[in-house]
Design a protein around this ligand. Structure first.
Ligand code: BT5
Length: 277
């Protein structure tokens, strides 16, 4: 594994033009999980935009207790503490859209450093072709003094080679460098992620979700595909992914169980999706 230039605060702060995101940075060489640390900081009243960044993670988290492969020297592992003062109705919409907005902003940032089209597998996997280049993990917490907050965690495979992934991930994962043949400056990419993300969050707060939803739908490669969805309770369903609802849910037209039985429409709030064809 060939390490690229180390992450430094100066390398980030010299070009960062955000208002809030990354204005406080906790940079670690090695950490268990940046999301775990950001949750702890949120509980200790850290301000909106606080960023935890690490060169490697020893217990990087995926969704549903899965692991995120997080070797040193080549990738980005970043988590942000997010606070809003929205009323209850808009807060619920915000919570639904936050993972999708994060995926959208991150995809735009990755493309901006020169990759081919980055697609989104609902809800928040970042794909180049059909391989995963990044993932998003959103969590929620609260502290007595500062109230509720969210943590958004972003993992991006940046400068690794195919051989740097464990065998089990080599066919399903990719990195920006694998796709472009070019090494990417991690500072430049991170700054772009923070800027794109801040724009998405502001767009939601000022105009609502509509334009974000349009941009998300355009990028979502799940739409139109036949997919298998595994629901939180373990149930599976197969059908055509037909749309993204205003609450960020995925509409699936389920294949009829038997010929002659009408197809059933389902709106999934959370599920694990496999693209079948
Ligand atoms: C995700 O979970 O895709 C969310 C990943 C979020 C990681 C970031 S890193 C910074 C922050 N701190 C954390 O502790 N986490 C966040 P999920 O959809 O559950 O995908 C996990 C699955 O993706 C695993 O079960 C593997 O199959 C695969 N995987 C693991 N590591 C990978 C990697 N580096 N690249 C591509 N695929 C990977």
């Amino acid at each position: 594994m060939k390490h690229t230039s180390p992450l430094t605060l100066g390398g980030i702060e010299s070009t960062l033009a955000t208002r809030a995101l990354g204005r406080r940075i906790e940079l670690r060489d090695r950490i268990d999980s940046t999301n775990r640390e950001a949750m702890a900081l949120g509980q200790a009243d850290a301000e909106h935009g606080t960023l935890v960044l690490a060169d490697s993670q020893t217990a990087g988290r995926g969704r549903l207790g899965r692991e995120w492969f997080s070797p040193p020297g080549i990738n980005l592992y970043a988590s942000l503490v997010i606070r809003t003062t929205l009323n209850t109705q808009r807060l619920s919409q915000w919570l639904s859209w936050l993972p999708l907005m994060t995926a959208l902003g991150t995809a735009e940032a990755i493309e901006a450093v020169g990759t081919a089209r980055v697609g989104l597998k609902w809800p928040n996997d970042l794909l180049i072709g059909d391989r995963k280049v990044g993932g998003i993990l959103c969590e929620s917490g609260a502290s007595i003094r500062s109230g509720p907050f969210q943590v958004i965690g972003i993992g991006i495979n940046v400068n690794g080679d195919r051989a740097d992934f464990p065998r089990g991930l080599r066919d399903a994962a990719t990195s920006i460098r694998q796709e472009t043949g070019q090494e990417v400056d991690r500072h430049r990419l991170l700054v772009r992620v923070l800027e794109e993300l801040e724009e998405c969050l502001e767009e939601f707060l000022v105009h609502g979700f509509e334009r974000l939803a349009l941009a998300y739908r355009r990028r979502c490669t799940t739409l139109g595909k036949t997919v298998k969805a595994v629901l939180a309770d373990g149930h599976e369903c197969v059908g055509i992914a037909d749309g993204i609802g205003d609450d960020g849910s995925l509409t699936i037209i389920q294949e009829p169980a038997r010929p002659g039985v009408p197809s059933e429409v389902r709106h999934l709030r959370a599920a694990d999706i496999t693209h079948l064809r």
